[in-house]
Design a protein around this ligand. Sequence first.
Ligand SMILES: NC(=O)C1=CN([C@@H]2O[C@H](COP(=O)(O)OP(=O)(O)OC[C@H]3O[C@@H](n4cnc5c(N)ncnc54)[C@H](OP(=O)(O)O)[C@@H]3O)[C@@H](O)[C@H]2O)[C@@H](O)CC1
Ligand SMILES: Nc1ncnc2c1ncn2[C@@H]1O[C@H](COP(=O)(O)OP(=O)(O)OP(=O)(O)O)[C@@H](O)[C@H]1O
Ligand SMILES: [Mg+2]
Length: 298
Amino acid sequence: MENFFQLVKNIVPALTEKKHKGQDGRIGIVGGCQEYTGAPYFAAMSALKAGADLSYVFCAREAAPVIKSYSPELIVHPVLDSPNAVQEVKKWLPRLHALVVGPGLGRDDLLLKNVKGILEASKARDIPIVIDADGLWLIAQEPALIQGYQKAILTPNHMEFSRLWEAVVSSPVDSSDDHASVLRLSQALGNVTVVQKGEHDLISDGQQVVRCSQEGSSRRCGGQGDLLSGSLGLMAHWALLAGLEKTNGTSPLLVAAWGACSLTRQCNHQAFQKYGRSTTTTDMIAEIGAAFSKLFET
Ligand SMILES: NC(=O)C1=CN([C@@H]2O[C@H](COP(=O)(O)OP(=O)(O)OC[C@H]3O[C@@H](n4cnc5c(N)ncnc54)[C@H](OP(=O)(O)O)[C@@H]3O)[C@@H](O)[C@H]2O)[C@@H](O)CC1
Ligand SMILES: Nc1ncnc2c1ncn2[C@@H]1O[C@H](COP(=O)(O)OP(=O)(O)OP(=O)(O)O)[C@@H](O)[C@H]1O
Ligand SMILES: [Mg+2]
């Protein structure tokens, strides 16, 4: 098996004095509604802390002041429930390197309809898209939205995986063979990359399955998946930019997914060493810098 640590190192852009703001990543998060403001914040901050230059949140109007108040680092657009949401987000798409769709999105029909339009517009521009949380709810309702899109990565947790499986595979899931299941789901979706999160993370592009078993901890506070999807949006951009030459022929999105899973689990491990049972996702985000250096910096 390839040395995935080395492949991730190969795709990380060098920090040089010759670059301008934005070059190392402008990442957009689509999510944030009345109920959920933490999830899009976690995803957007994780992208920044992993090395993105700019992180944008496209959320419902009510969520915007709350998300802004968590952090001055984020650029927050309160457009997701507006009648011209798709047009508003479309204006920004030429500037975005990747989108993360779903953290804290909720399941309101109007928001989901707007997100459908945003997905179509992003696909038309060939933008890498990570789909997580309620974005996966939408895909389970309408798998055709993502079917065959080669720059999509889906990051289901246990429950989200079952919903997707029921939507696109007619037979029951074989819980005794997780490798076969993730491979089959990816294939059924037209080889989009799938990250099945759990005790071990299994990642498939429909051709192979790789496993990430980086040591984490037994602390399962909410928001860890948001750290994963935000950092993955950034790494997907980096990996696609680096291309197959830097990944020795391995699918760039597989390398990106393995990198983001390792990073999330390492953050969990480090935060748990310090805070034990009281570890929260905020503590994990504070570990991103040190975890990244430990895993991927030479
Ligand atoms: N601070 C915030 O703003 C945060 C907001 N968030 C946002 O919340 C929204 C909904 O997301 P979600 O993940 O709660 O949704 P959903 O698909 O209903 O799954 C929930 C149910 O699945 C089950 N379950 C899960 N794992 C399982 C397992 N391994 N094995 C077995 N069962 C398992 C479990 O079932 P239970 O144990 O309760 O029976 C659980 O109740 C979404 O927008 C997300 O981004 C979060 O990001 C967190 C931080
Ligand atoms: N049993 C476990 N042991 C170790 N790590 C785990 C375990 N379950 C999940 N993880 C890790 O936690 C991260 C998030 O996975 P999880 O299943 O909690 O996502 P989620 O339910 O979407 O989270 P969120 O609360 O953000 O919505 C992943 O990196 C995964 O590797
Ligand atoms: Mg989640």
